[in-house]
Design a protein around this ligand. Structure first.
Ligand code: PMP
Length: 402
């Protein structure tokens, strides 16, 4: 390809964009006036059923105040990477709190879950090593494996025995990392961490769990999928958590042994070569952790909403629930076509109910779905509105792309 400058670049990109359009898979953003369950978007008030703000903390005034106080005291930005001069007091305090919460020796902050996942896998494995994935793992885990140059293997979704079979066939002289989401982001179901840990123990793999959607939500203390399943920290040497979902801020962390954290500091390029997480966000996250500890009623309310939603939705003809007990409640609609899911999302939006249609390539072909996420900030009245709208649109009308 010849040419230089903006016009040439645009000319090269235009056919790719046109192809997306032609496939009806063009991604579009909408601008909301704020984070939270009740927002204003495209000129109207809507109930947001597609946020990961599971505990309703993203717009909590206490986090806002902690953020402002931390910014005043420590700065809005870290000003450098952690290894230069960007590692500040609130980072150190937050790492200690996160380690304590997850029952680990240490924790290490990253600026996002995407970076934590890519940076961890690429630090622990390299060319010739093996990373064994659940088939539905998050994209950042797959990208980490590519970044590492390691060989990628995939086991059937939530099938630890299959993971064990794959592990058994791999060269024990090479690093073998087994990776799974704790709660699967598009299906809402949970990994069987106990069984995965058993396979790793028997066959010699290291287990890494990305609990982005479990932390803050599951377990009596909100310590996530491992707490809910009674799995000890020892059995899962690498735990990843994010701060941008239930904790209502932004960033992520890896928790594990002292040696693991030292290895990440030395070898994780996505950790080393980036500006530290904002110290203001670190301060706000400390307050979020206080709320997670002191207000278990948020989790209780959320679980009640999940139960009520499933109880009512499983009686509605025309939609199918997936086996999820978490705030992520995907709905398979009609015959499962993308057109049907898109049409339903549009009709709900017309009634002020914001739910996203999730389509391939984010989910496998033929499994387009409406992904509903519930939050402790939702009321029973919000839920009733959603259920009535679903009943009306799924049961009384043919869902076609209109
Ligand atoms: N892991 C999982 C399972 C996720 O769903 C996501 C984001 N939705 C991430 C990691 C990435 O986290 P972050 O948004 O902090 O980059």
């Amino acid at each position: 390809m010849s040419g230089a400058g903006s016009a040439d670049l645009d000319a090269a990109l235009a056919p790719r964009l046109a192809e997306r359009h032609a496939q009806a898979r063009y991604r579009q953003r909408r601008t909301a006036d704020r984070a939270g369950a009740h927002v204003h978007v495209d000129g109207r008030d809507v109930v947001n059923f597609c946020s990961n703000d599971y505990l309703g903390l993203a717009h909590d005034p206490r986090l806002g105040e902690a953020l402002a106080a931390s910014a005043r005291r420590f700065g809005t930005g870290g000003g450098a990477s952690h290894l230069v001069s960007g590692h500040l007091t609130p980072h150190a305090m937050l790492e200690q709190r996160l380690a304590c919460w997850t029952g680990r020796e240490r924790a290490l902050l990253f600026s996002s879950g995407y970076q934590a996942n890519t940076g961890t896998i690429a630090a622990l494995t390299g060319r010739g090593d093996h990373v064994v994935h659940d088939r539905l793992n998050h994209a950042s885990l797959l990208d980490g494996t590519r970044l590492a140059g390691a060989r990628l293997h995939r086991f059937a979704h939530r099938d630890p025995a299959h993971a064990g079979q794959l592990l058994a066939g791999l060269d024990p002289a090479r690093a073998r990392l087994v990776v799974s989401d704790g709660v699967f982001s598009m299906d809402g179901d949970c990994a069987d961490v106990t069984a995965l840990a058993g396979q790793c123990r028997a066959r010699g793999g290291w287990l890494m769990i990305d609990d982005a959607h479990g932390l803050g939500v599951l377990g009596a203390r909100g310590a996530g999928t491992l707490e809910a399943q009674g799995v000890s920290a020892d059995e899962v040497p690498v735990l990843v958590g994010t701060l941008g979902k239930a904790l209502g801020t932004q960033g992520a962390f890896v928790a594990g042994s002292h040696t693991l954290i030292e290895a990440l500091i030395q070898f994780s390029r996505p950790y080393v070569y980036t500006t530290s997480l904002s110290p203001a966000l670190a301060g706000a996250t400390l307050t979020a952790l206080d709320i997670v500890r002191d207000e278990p009623e948020r989790r209780t309310h959320l679980q009640t909403l999940i139960g009520a939603f499933r109880h009512a939705a499983e009686r509605l003809p025309g939609i199918r629930l997936m086996p999820s007990d978490t705030p992520i409640q995907p709905l398979l609609v009609g015959r499962g076509s993308e057109a049907e899911v898109l049409a339903l999302a549009r009709r709900l939006a017309d009634e002020g109910l914001w739910c996203t249609a999730i389509r391939p390539p984010t989910v496998p072909e033929g499994s387009a779905r409406l992904r509903i996420t519930l939050s402790a900030a939702h009321t029973h009245a919000d839920l009733d509105r959603l259920l009535s709208a679903l009943e009306y649109h799924c049961c009384s009308q043919e869902l076609t792309d209109d």
